[in-house]
Design a protein around this ligand. Structure first.
Ligand code: GLY
Length: 426
């Protein structure tokens, strides 16, 4: 079977790596891919250029490549309606439709949906003007979360220490000075504390199959300090979510969400990512995403024994009830190595060394912001070309063992101004 994978981050590298373990995946084309994906088992994998912000360009690649199945990695093509367009043409594709992907692409839609279906979530107010913000602020005590309605690549959530700061952040978002159009409508949200974790579920629009639980480290600095990022590391272990709590989350959050989307005429097919906070008053939904998480997917797929292609096809063919996912009981942990300065400005083009030595320790180096520099044709080498560059991922008998293995692999890799958190898994 020929597969087309859309995306070029660490998540897509992990998806390609896992699909290569399926003997039925005879050819994999990744658009646009990255240097690490191109280097995987070269005979079966190719990378081709694409503009993921253009539906026409994605369709062009599909016409040229004629895949049997397309898998969408990032949120942007979902929001453009790539699934609707492919299905209209009779092409098989894994991911939710444009209206179903609103669970991620509009934070306001997601909140109002949760309210309609009694899905537990922190208290909120929708604001489209500064007057709305002023009227709503007395309902909240500091700190207050300010969330842009639209997609903002992990930068749309800010935590204000005071009502004054919430007003100032809101004014900048609404005026389009930060986040452009993504913040023309926003949410004020109650700040809640607890253990944050992600439960991703495969859904065929009617039923679901939960993956193992994972925890993501969203802040750039150690001890969960500094700016929000796409994620600086993640781990997955069965002990993150006890069976009783997991059943509660499925019964009160994931299943009502799938049933609610179907009832509203927008059945959700693909990955429903439930971003949760386990608070003293029970689990609350911080956000839904409509795709695999990055970097959660890297440790998750390392723990998955089952064939990923079988799982993706069960979703597309709407027969998820036949799916029994198997996981290794081991813990998997991934450390993101980023370009210094991320999530702000950073330099690209830095040569990366030590990837082979890192993988010789038994870890897997999933690549994200990397490119092959072959200016000098006799000596091509991998260089940085993004904020999050690598996700060094390892399995261990327990969290300490997985972290020790991942960090010992990280230490073998170097590039100018590299940065990583030293507390992933703590
Ligand atoms: N790691 C968070 C996300 O994928 O949105």
């Amino acid at each position: 079977m020929k597969l087309l994978i859309l995306g070029g981050g660490g998540r897509e590298h992990a998806i390609v790596w896992k699909l290569l373990q399926s003997s039925r995946a005879t050819e994999i084309v990744c658009a646009p891919g990255n240097a690490g994906i191109c280097a995987e088992a070269e005979a079966r994998v190719r990378c081709v250029p694409v503009d993921l912000n253009s539906l026409d360009d994605i369709v062009r690649v599909a016409i040229e490549e004629q895949p049997d199945l397309t898998v969408v990695g990032p949120e942007q093509p979902l929001t453009l309606g790539v699934v609707d367009e492919f299905e209209r043409r009779g092409w098989r594709i894994f991911g939710p439709s444009k209206v179903a992907a609103r669970l991620e692409s509009s934070k306001v839609f997601a909140k109002e949906f949760m309210q309609r279906h009694q899905i537990p979530t922190p208290k909120y107010a929708v604001c489209t003007s500064l007057q709305d913000v002023e009227d709503a602020l007395p309902l909240f005590t500091a700190p207050i979360v300010v969330k842009a309605d639209g997609l903002a690549a992990g930068k749309g959530v800010l935590i204000a220490a005071s009502r004054e700061e919430a007003q100032q952040i809101s004014a900048e978002m609404l005026a389009g000075r930060t986040l452009a159009g993504a913040g023309s409508r926003l949410l004020l949200e109650e700040f809640v504390e607890g253990e944050e974790l992600s439960l991703l579920c495969l859904s065929d629009g009617r039923q679901l199959a939960p993956l193992a639980a994972a925890q993501d480290y969203k802040r750039v600095g150690e001890g969960d300090t500094g700016a929000n990022t796409g994620g600086m590391g993640a781990y997955s272990t069965d002990t993150l979510l006890e069976p009783e709590m997991r059943e509660w989350v499925l019964a009160h959050i994931a299943r009502p969400a799938i049933a609610g989307m179907a009832a509203e005429g927008a059945p959700f097919k693909g990955i429903l990512y439930c971003g949760l906070m386990l608070t003293a008053r029970g689990p609350l939904v911080l956000e839904f995403n409509a795709r695999f998480g990055d970097p959660e997917t890297q440790p998750l797929l390392m723990r998955l024994h089952s064939d990923l292609l079988d799982a993706l096809e069960a979703v597309v063919d709407e027969r998820i009830e036949s799916l029994a996912l198997e996981w290794t009981p081991e813990v998997a942990l991934g450390v993101v190595m980023a370009s210094g300065g991320y999530p702000g400005s950073f330099e690209s083009g830095q040569p990366i060394t030590g990837i082979e030595a890192a993988e010789a320790t038994g870890a897997k180096v999933f690549q994200a912001g990397t490119a092959l520099n072959n200016d000098n044709h006799s000596d091509s080498h991998i260089v940085t070309c993004g904020g999050r560059v690598l996700c060094v991922t390892a399995l261990g008998a327990d969290l300490e063992a997985a972290a020790a293995k991942a960090y010992s692999a990280v230490e073998k890799i170097s590039f100018e101004h590299s940065y990583y958190r030293r507390d992933i898994g703590q």
